[in-house]
Write a protein that binds this ligand. Sequence first.
Ligand code: PDD
Length: 288
Amino acid sequence: MPQLAYVDGRMVPLRDAMIHVEDRGLQFADSLYEVCAILNGRLLDWPGHLARLRRGLAALFIDFPMSDAALGIVARRLLAVNGQREGLLYLQLTRGSARRDHGFPTTPSPSLIMTVRRFDFAQRVRQQATGVSVVTVNDMRWRRVDLKTTGLLANVLAKQDARAAGAFEAWLVAEDGTLREGSSTNAWIVKDGRLLTHPLSESILPGIARSALIDLARGAQIAVDERPFSLAEALAADEALLTSTTAPLLPVVRIDGQAIGTGTPGPVAARLAPLVWDEIERQTGWRA
Ligand code: PDD
């Protein structure tokens, strides 16, 4: 059975899944996307992903006719036809194809594509024992990175810098020294037992895993401050962490080669990790 993708109403073999050369997602990054975890054949935090997509559509004035219920049916059908029980669902919604012109087409016809692929979440549980390292780079992105658009070139270049340095992630630092987030993850530090993460604003993505961790931490009486912090504060922190759909919680033990705290995963990360995986199990039944 070949892998199937969803393209504008049809399930097609992945190798034949095509979008037009004049699609505005391709030509202008005039499109939004979501990446959602599939665990035990279920979608994690699906309502949160849908809400973020809807917010993006409204901000970009993309009028998309499918209901949330219909989107859910298509997504779950794609998991089912591919027999995908542990992996990632990728969803992209573009303003559609039209003769190239910066202004919106007069009668736009948005395109929706979805694909699934396998992803090994248990590796993330194992990585918790050692933690990961990050490097820092200048945040070169545009001013509305709260919108999950496919305009990811600055993120791509940042991730490549991380790869070249042998690091897991690149953390993006603003001109004023504020540490914003990672190229595809949200960033956290721990100081004196309190968790710190950048507040929601136009300069970070409102991560679904970020929001989940805030709720879980507060539920466990761990204080969370949503406030900007600098790279200098991060280097002097007791612990550091990152979160995303593809890494629900990972301790960061080195920033730019410098050890954070003891240079090993710390006690706050150790307290949070079981909360994160228990919540995933509660929603999906998945256990490493
Ligand atoms: N990345 N910040 C950025 C810039 C991101 O691209 C992502 C997600 C996150 C974390 O968001 P969430 O918790 O909703 O996954 C933060 C996805 C996974 C990606 O582009 O592959």
